[in-house]
Design a protein around this ligand. Structure first.
Ligand SMILES: Cc1cc2nc3c(=O)[nH]c(=O)nc-3n(C[C@H](O)[C@H](O)[C@H](O)COP(=O)(O)OP(=O)(O)OC[C@H]3O[C@@H](n4cnc5c(N)ncnc54)[C@H](O)[C@@H]3O)c2cc1C
Length: 309
């Protein structure tokens, strides 16, 4: 499993693979399991269907490590239009952005300017989530998050349970009304910065979940999103919440489109806030490789599509 994970994470960084693989129809068909389509309209239509099932959405346009300023500006403009469409359609939806897609590799200032334009355009009650990328970006991402958050309360941040530093980051970020999305972490990281063993990541996730649901955290009115498809972990978090007599509105679960659909519906039926992140766009290769890394069994879907091509 660890070898497969490393293999797919290495593929996610290969421009050579990206160039070639995305042309194959069977690969495109396999990725459609996780993406309703490449356009924003595809994502909006999927969100309308999910809303009928009491599931809210978060949109993210795939793309990362942009090194051209006009491209970063175009991504920003795109998110402004998506926010307008969300409003027009009356959708319970938010957006989640990667700072490297807004120009972080060009300069933190460019990414910040673009981020602020998106946050200002969002309805004050709607959070603009900032994805967390590889560990070399964590410090600058947290700096820009803190700066944005000091002016605009409707800003949320993703933190990764595989990093040793995350418990301390949570402590340092605790402030009234802060919004955090906790994930396990999707990048290739060295054992010096992240737990190499999955069981340790899972245990740390639960420990951080309890930290986020603690009395001091809740008294600050923080918004906590547990972004995981791990049913065992979800059950443990719910068990803990019930033992602490927390209401179903105290926190939320977020999952990716197309993964654990039954669980997404079940949580919504049970009264928990169930939110689905819908990714779309043509730059899906690195993102898709990270999905294969999470569950190498997904390769069978790729192979099935190859055989039926
Ligand atoms: C809403 C959301 C936002 C995210 N944002 C970020 C981010 O900003 N930064 C970041 O580093 N990571 C992000 N991630 C990815 C995250 O870090 C994990 O890589 C991913 O969620 C898999 O971990 P897991 O918690 O689902 O647990 P795992 O232990 O990996 O999976 C638990 C179970 O879920 C199912 N499952 C998990 N992944 C898949 C898959 N790809 N295909 C099919 N089944 C699967 C399997 O049944 C698996 O056994 C995000 C995830 C979500 C849901």
């Amino acid at each position: 499993m660890a070898i497969m994970r490393s293999f797919f994470l290495a593929c996610s960084q290969s421009a050579w693979m990206r160039e070639r693989a995305t042309h194959y129809r069977f690969v495109r068909r396999a990725v459609s399991r996780f993406m309703p389509g490449e356009t924003a309209q595809d994502a909006l239509s999927a969100a309308q269907q999910l809303q009928k099932l009491s599931i809210a959405t978060v949109f993210t346009r795939l793309g990362e490590n942009i090194t051209d300023r006009s491209e970063a500006n175009a991504v920003t403009e795109h998110y402004l239009q998506v926010l307008d469409r969300i409003r027009e359609l009356g959708l319970a939806a938010e957006v989640s952005v990667k700072l490297t897609q807004l120009g972080l590799d060009l300069s933190p200032e460019i990414a910040f300017e673009n981020l602020v334009r998106i946050i200002q355009h969002a309805d004050g009650a709607s959070i603009v989530w900032i994805d967390m990328e590889a560990s070399n970006y964590v410090d600058v991402t947290l700096d820009l998050y803190r700066r944005a958050r000091s002016q605009y309360p409707n800003t949320g941040i993703c933190l990764q349970a595989y990093l040793y530093r995350t418990a301390k980051d949570i402590e340092s970020l605790m402030a009234p009304g802060f919004a955090i999305r906790l994930v396990k972490g999707a990048y290739m990281e060295a054992p010096g910065v992240a737990f190499p063993r999955k069981s340790d990541v899972d245990e740390n996730y639960f420990k951080l979940a309890r930290q986020l649901l603690s009395d001091p955290a809740r008294s600050l009115g923080i918004r906590t999103a547990f972004a995981t498809h791990d049913i065992n972990l979800i059950r443990r978090i719910i068990g803990y919440a019930e033992s602490e007599k927390l209401s179903t509105s105290s926190f939320e679960f977020q999952m990716l489109y197309g993964i654990q659909r039954e669980e997404q519906l079940r949580l919504a039926r049970e009264g928990w806030k169930s939110i689905v992140l819908i990714a779309y766009g043509s730059y899906w290769f690195p993102w898709y490789m990270r999905r294969l890394a999470e569950r190498p069994a997904n390769v069978f879907f790729v192979l099935r599509n190859l055989l039926s091509a």
